[in-house]
Write a protein of this length. Structure first.
Length: 269
């Protein structure tokens, strides 16, 4: 990743919360701690952010932070090739006529391109997913009621009656903040509330998680591993994470990103 691209990501990330740590920025940019610290120092000298102990903060933070989730524009640049391969593998599970739920996120957004060849009923809280499918496909698209959170491009409502209770799906596809032995993790209570409602409306929960999510952790548990039917990840998943899913009897699909054709293989019990 070029320096200018790293700087753009860092400046965008510092707007989402009071302080962004060096490890967070390493994960976002894929750069080493030494490189990130040099970037922070350079941007501090240019008065584009303020360097603090262990990270950086915005010079003029926004008055309304919103939910605790990274901006869509930042997150979509991270592990982009892996997300595309994972999304293709997810769409391969869908058959014409299926009713599915797609939760908002940058990995699930990559499903829109192969979905243009399908004819499904799609319920989604993602504004960009809905917009793309309406313009470029023959899928039926349904949205919940709620407010649009611009930075994350999702529709959320604190109320039970948002319309989601009237849609029942064969499968729900969603990303996550982290995935560990306790289960699926998120970082914001409103996200957890909205996603738990949607999970309850589907027979199978399909989690789209690039391999970095197995090393990440977050503060809120969304659901246990036992609720997850399938995890789709990339070919950098380590043996420890694979064995964790196997022990929990979670189906694992590994999307190959190393080869040119990015073949997909499924590992089933």
């Amino acid at each position: 990743m070029h320096e200018t691209e790293r700087h753009r990501i860092i400046l965008s990330a510092v707007q989402e919360r009071p302080v962004v740590t060096v490890p967070d920025l390493c994960q976002l940019t894929g750069a080493s701690e030494a490189t990130v610290r040099r970037d922070i120092a350079q941007l501090h000298m240019q008065k584009k952010l303020r360097r603090v102990r262990g990270g950086a903060e915005a010079i003029s933070p926004p008055s309304f932070v919103g939910i605790n989730a990274r901006p869509f524009s930042v997150q979509e640049t991270v592990h982009a090739a892996e997300k595309r391969a994972i999304a293709r593998a997810a769409v391969d599970l869908c058959q014409d006529g299926d009713a599915i739920i797609i939760n908002g996120g940058t990995t699930t957004f990559q499903m829109v391109h192969p979905l243009t060849t399908k004819r499904l009923q799609v319920f989604t809280n993602s504004f960009p997913i809905a917009e793309h499918l309406l313009k470029h496909s023959k899928n039926t698209v349904l949205l919940p009621a709620g407010a649009i959170y611009r930075e994350q491009n999702i529709i959320l409502s604190p109320f039970d009656e948002d319309g989601s209770r009237h849609f029942y799906a064969r499968r729900m596809f969603m990303g996550c903040r982290a995935l560990g032995p306790l289960g699926l993790m998120e970082g914001d209570p409103l996200l957890v509330q909205a996603e738990q409602k949607l999970i309850g409306q589907a027979d199978e929960l399909i989690v789209l998680a690039d391999s970095s999510k197995f090393a990440a952790r977050s503060s809120l548990l969304l659901c246990p591993l036992s609720r997850i039917h399938t995890v789709i990840t990339d070919d950098r998943i380590d043996d420890r994470a694979a064995k964790m899913l196997e022990a929990a009897e979670v189906r694992l699909i590994v999307a190959e990103t190393a080869s040119a054709d990015r073949k997909v293989r499924a590992q089933e019990d």
